[in-house]
Design a protein around this ligand. Structure first.
Ligand code: G4P
Length: 525
């Protein structure tokens, strides 16, 4: 098949949600419908349950599973679908943000009863940064839920995106009768079945008497009224607005009961974007270019403690990737021949000969790759869009076993390359500071340093509010700032200047006193 045909049949996306809204259930059902698995329950949840925050064996077990489920590829109706898994636990949200740089679109799952939750808002903010097209799936309609119009309003307001329902629910909870597919004028009656796919009933239009027969007069009348109102409020669905990231089509269903999932999948395949151009510092790279390029968005290390094994996950951005071909690693300015690249099909991992834009290739690595690295056929390219966000929690990391200093340094270095947390080095006292999003990350670092590198660490608390990357056109002023704030200056892992503000007030004062200095809260600016 030609490059063009391969690109046009690929859909690479992520499913994201606030924990417990149903991301894992929906992923599993899509795999079930796509024929990638045959029974529900075959894909194990890789989420770390909230109750298990200190259960390290559980974390290790999950890490093993999460390699297998990191990318779930399957063939469906001529399409190659790649679902990229994201960690459910909010302490690992940076990992999710990075995965979002490797997808062409996103499905956001919302719990119908809970509406938009905090993590949904954060995830949407990341999608908005790159204009990633988003579809909303309102899940758990089998449970009593908010009024549909109110819910849509809430989504628009809190997620800051226009919505357009493409299906409409008939009641919710115990009275839930099904959804009407506005797009296809068909009625899907709710039949709770965990393993089966509900069949749709085609009706000619809303006045078709079949509607009454199936849902009763009252609900048929309400549906007609609501849809009339809907057509008055919402303009017709324009796929371009969706592809530009300005409008989110909304579907309703119940992932647990296989309901509304088929429609979601079919509509998704119809409208979701194929691999999109990707910006590098040098230029925008088009997927249809003949030469291969790709970037590392995730590294999974030391799954087997007996082998120092790492897998770098590379998203193919352009051209055809071929096994055993020589590619250039831009940052190291070195060439590599990749002899055993792997692809991920459902929960299987297999060696592949080739891959196309949109695909994810697993590359066995001995420490040459860090997140954000670019591979190409010789052209110097640096793909953008791998921002680190200012962490929310900070601790000094200290060596607790002086005999194992080297191991500790190597461990910290590799874990940071993997993106487990962020490292800053104080320019005042030389101490290393770890920045995290959640407490669980510190626990994972301590555990992994001990079990994978044989090193012991100790964390010490530190008064810190935010890390801001700073820059200024006036070098003299920048120097003056650094002198004035010498106790609070640090370098990140790439050697960039970071101001570690100890409180919101101090930060505000610094911004006021040094108006010409730009303070950035993500590492990419
Ligand atoms: P997450 O990945 O977003 O964190 O959510 P997950 O799919 O694990 O779902 C969270 C809980 O919600 C699970 O129940 C799951 O069975 C339930 N659930 C998912 N979709 C639906 C739905 O459409 N309707 C209803 N009623 N429930 C749904 P749990 O008890 O936490 O886990 P489990 O023991 O069932 O696995």
């Amino acid at each position: 098949m030609s490059l063009k045909k391969e690109i046009e049949r690929r859909k690479t996306f992520a499913i994201v949600s606030h924990p417990d809204a149903g991301k894992t259930t929906l992923t599993e059902k899509l795999l079930l419908f796509g024929g990638a698995i045959h029974v529900a329950g075959a894909v194990k949840s890789n989420k770390i349950k909230k109750t298990a925050t200190s259960d390290f064996m559980e974390i290790e077990r999950q890490r093993g599973i999460s390699v297998a489920t990191s990318v779930m590829g399957f063939e469906y109706n001529g399409y190659k679908v790649n679902i990229l898994d994201t960690p459910g636990h909010q302490d690992f949200q940076e990992d999710t943000f990075r995965t979002l740089t490797a997808v062409d679109s996103v499905i956001i799952v919302i719990d119908a009863a809970k509406g938009v939750e905090p993590q949904t808002e954060k995830l949407m903010a990341v999608c908005r940064m790159r204009n990633t097209p988003v579809i909303v799936f309102v899940n758990k309609m089998d449970r009593p839920s908010e009024d549909t119009f109110m819910l849509l309003e809430e989504i628009e307001k809190q997620l800051q995106i226009k919505t357009r329902p493409l299906s409409w629910p008939i009641n919710s909870g115990p009275d839930f009768k099904g959804v009407y597919n506005i797009h296809k004028s068909s009625l899907q009656l709710f039949q709770p079945a965990v393993q089966e796919i509900a069949k749709g009933i085609k009706i000619n239009n809303l006045n078709d008497p079949q509607l009454e027969q199936h849902v009763g007069k009252n609900d048929a009348d309400t549906l007609r009224e609501e849809l009339e109102l809907l057509e008055g409020v919402y303009p017709p669905f324009d796929v371009k607005d969706y592809l530009d990231g300005e409008l989110a089509p909304v579907f309703f269903g119940s992932a647990l009961y296989n309901f509304g999932v088929q429609e979601l999948l079919d509509s998704f395949l119809e409208i979701a974007p194929t691999p999109r151009p990707k910006a590098a510092i040098e230029r925008v790279v088009d997927p249809y270019e003949e030469t291969f390029s790709g970037f590392v968005f995730k590294i999974h290390a030391n799954i087997d403690p007996n082998h120092r094994s790492r897998i770098a996950f590379v998203k193919v951005c352009s051209g055809k990737f071929e096994r055993n071909k020589v590619y250039t690693h831009t940052r190291l300015n070195k060439t590599f021949r990749i002899s055993s690249p792997t692809a991920f099909m459902a929960s299987k991992k297999e060696t592949i000969e080739e891959a196309w834009p949109g695909d994810i290739v697993g590359i066995p690595d001995t420490g040459n790759f860090v997140i954000g690295d670019t591979l190409s056929e010789g052209e110097k390219l640096h793909f953008q869009g791998m921002p680190s966000f200012s962490p929310e929690m900070f601790r000094y990391i200290e060596n607790a076993d002086p005999m194992r200093t080297k191991q500790l340094e190597k461990g910290i270095d590799q874990l940071m390359d993997e993106g487990v947390a962020q490292l800053f080095t104080s320019q005042f006292n030389g101490r290393k500071i770890i920045g995290c999003v959640g407490q669980l990350q510190f626990e994972v670092i301590e555990y992994r340093l001990e079990h994978e590198y044989g090193a012991k660490c100790r964390f010490e608390s530190i008064q810190m509010h935010k890390a801001c990357w700073i820059e200024c056109d006036d070098q003299k002023l920048l120097h003056e700032f650094k002198l004035r704030k010498a106790q609070r200056m640090a370098k990140d892992k790439q050697g960039r200047d970071v101001f570690m503000a100890d409180s919101a007030f101090i930060l505000q004062m610094a911004q006021q006193d040094f108006e010409k200095i730009r303070f950035h809260f993500t590492s990419e600016f």
